[in-house]
Design a protein. Structure first.
Length: 365
């Protein structure tokens, strides 16, 4: 039976251990405020909870010689020093919650899997030559930087949250959330980029970076799947969409989710449509095969966007359109979309829930 380590002082933290050669059962938990965390030489897994602990220090010497998996929840501990004493560490999970840090630095020659949640950290530096799997939650509040060196990275999930006006387009659209991840398609791995974008259209707000600049900052940006969730508030979003197309013209799949809580048209003097020149734009999407649109209201500018996609994607195979709740079965906008689909017979076109019925009824005539 392993005896638990019991420190002196007030109780503010918790440690669970699994020891080399012992039965896999959680052991004692230590709570502390100002004490030294000993180096558990036989521990292969450590689950360290530090809610409220502010001065956790390591022993002056020693290593976690057998440690392969480390989990840290909250608290303030010198990650760089701790990880430097784990020569066999393969898996690391760190959740700093909403604790504010100026810098988080992780450097390990053995680390293969890393999950890092540091929402309120200014700068993050990761050097892990053997890292293969990476999950990362990060918040951009003001000026923040991320440095990642992981040449063997195979799978990752990145989720960035943004303060308003940090990243945007044309000072009318601002990025709220960015998610990038590896996914497995039918036969191969795909890289997916998902953005949540909000309409602001308020004077005097200028973004620090454009969407193109933000995507360029990503360590890996050769995505083949683009998913855009846009809160339009009735505004014309086509220039924004063209901006995204020009960032990466070789996308294979596009998903567009349109959210409009106002169900109103923007004012006549709104600059969202500018001169409307986007309707005559000639772009090339040579690899685009699959398009899905949700929340489609069949407004004139949305229909123009659909036609632009159809004429720009010669390899398009499928397009699925789901109408917004305001569109009724008898609405003339459904008939408008029907004629567009019929003019593009080489593409498998479906619309839910209304147009599909119209197409079936037309086929039976």
């Amino acid at each position: 039976m392993v005896k638990p380590y019991v420190p002196t002082g007030d109780c503010m933290g918790m440690v669970k251990l699994m020891l080399l050669g012992s039965m896999p059962s959680p052991l004692m938990v230590v709570r502390f405020e100002c004490c030294k965390l000993p180096c558990f030489r036989r521990a292969t897994i450590i689950d360290l909870h530090l809610p409220g602990a502010s001065n956790v220090e390591l022993s002056p010497s020693g290593e976690f010689a057998s440690l392969e998996e480390l989990i840290i929840w909250f608290g303030f501990v010198d990650l760089s020093e701790l990880i430097g004493r784990c020569p066999r560490l393969r898996k690391l999970r760190v959740n700093l919650g909403c604790s504010i840090r100026n810098r988080v630095s992780i450097e390990s020659k053995s680390l293969e899997e890393l999950t890092l949640d540091c929402l309120l950290t200014k700068d993050v530096v990761i050097v892990a030559p053997e890292l293969k799997k990476f999950e990362f939650l990060f918040g951009y509040y003001g000026e923040s930087t991320i440095s990642l060196s992981a040449p063997k990275l195979e799978e990752f999930f990145l989720l960035y949250l943004y303060e308003s006006s940090v990243v945007g387009y044309d000072n009318n659209w601002f990025l709220e959330r960015l998610r990038m991840e590896t996914r497995w398609g039918d036969r191969h791995k795909q890289l997916s980029l998902s953005l949540t974008i909000l309409s602001t259209h308020r004077e005097g707000i200028i973004s620090k970076r454009t969407l193109a600049q933000e995507v360029a900052r990503l360590r890996v940006n050769q995505f083949s799947v683009l998913e855009l969730s846009i809160r339009t508030e009735g505004h014309v979003f086509a220039p924004l969409l063209l901006h995204m197309f020009l960032i990466r013209t070789s996308i294979q799949r596009l998903k567009l989710v349109l959210k409009d809580k106002s169900f109103k048209k923007c004012s006549e003097n709104c600059d969202c449509d500018q001169d409307g020149s986007w309707r005559n734009e000639r772009i090339s999407l040579p690899d685009l095969e699959d398009v899905e649109i949700e929340g489609f209201s069949a407004a004139d500018h949305e229909v123009d966007v659909l036609e632009l996609i159809l004429r720009s994607a010669p390899m398009l195979k499928r397009i699925n359109v789901k109408f917004s709740a305001e569109v009724s079965h008898s609405d003339g906008r459904c008939q408008k979309l029907r004629s567009i689909f019929q003019a593009n017979a080489a593409v498998e076109c479906n619309s839910k829930p209304f147009l599909l019925r119209l197409l079936k009824s037309a086929a039976s005539m």
